[in-house]
Design a protein around this ligand. Structure first.
Ligand code: DQA
Length: 145
C-alpha cells in the first residue's frame, strides 16, 4: 500500500507557527512518526508540502495512478480551493482531510471546508496526531480488506 501525505500552505512552518494553536511538533517530526507507524505494516508514504495551489494539484494528478489513498491537510485552501477539490474528486481512492486545530472552534471562515464533501472523512482538533489517526484508518482498512 502506498499513501500520499500532502500538506498545503504554511504547514512547512509547523513548530514555530502559532505554537499555541498548532503545537511545537514540526512537519519533519510528523513525517518520522508516520513512517515509524507505517513501515511494519508494509505501507510506504510519499510526503509533499507546497505553498502553491497549482503545485498541489500537479502532485495529486501525478500520484493518481500509483496512490492507494491520500491524507491531506490543505491549510487555508481547505476553505476556498475548488480547484484542489476538483483534483481530489477525480480520484477513486479514500481521502482523509486532516486539520491540526479544531477549525470549528476558530474564526467563522474556517468553519466551512470545500473539501469535506468529497473526502472519505475528516479529522480536526486532535493536534499533529490527527495524521497518525488517519494513517491508522488506512492500516485498519487494509487489514480488513
Ligand atoms: C489548518 C486549519 C486551516 O484553517 C489553516 O488555514 C491552516 C491549518 C489546521 O491544520 O488546523 O493552515 O488546516
Amino acid at each position: 500500500m502506498r499513501i500520499l501525505v500532502l500538506n498545503g500552505p504554511n504547514l512547512n512552518m509547523l513548530g514555530t507557527r502559532e505554537p499555541h494553536i498548532y503545537g511545537a511538533t514540526t512537519l519533519a517530526d510528523i513525517e518520522r512518526a508516520l513512517i515509524t507507524r507505517a513501515t511494519p505494516h508494509g505501507i510506504s508514504i510519499d510526503f509533499v508540502q507546497s505553498n502553491h495551489e497549482g503545485v498541489i494539484i500537479d502532485i495529486i494528478q501525478q500520484h493518481q495512478p500509483s496512490t492507494n489513498g491520500i491524507i491531506i491537510n490543505p491549510g487555508a485552501f481547505t476553505h476556498y480551493s475548488y480547484a484542489i477539490r476538483d483534483a481530489l474528486s477525480a480520484l477513486s481512492v479514500p481521502i482523509i482531510e486532516v486539520h491540526i486545530s479544531n477549525v470549528y472552534k476558530r474564526e467563522p471562515f474556517r468553519h466551512h471546508s470545500v473539501i469535506a464533501a468529497i473526502a472519505t472523512g475528516q479529522i480536526a482538533g486532535l493536534g499533529w496526531r490527527g495524521y497518525l489517526h488517519a494513517l491508522d484508518w488506512f492500516i485498519d482498512a487494509a487489514a480488513n480488506a
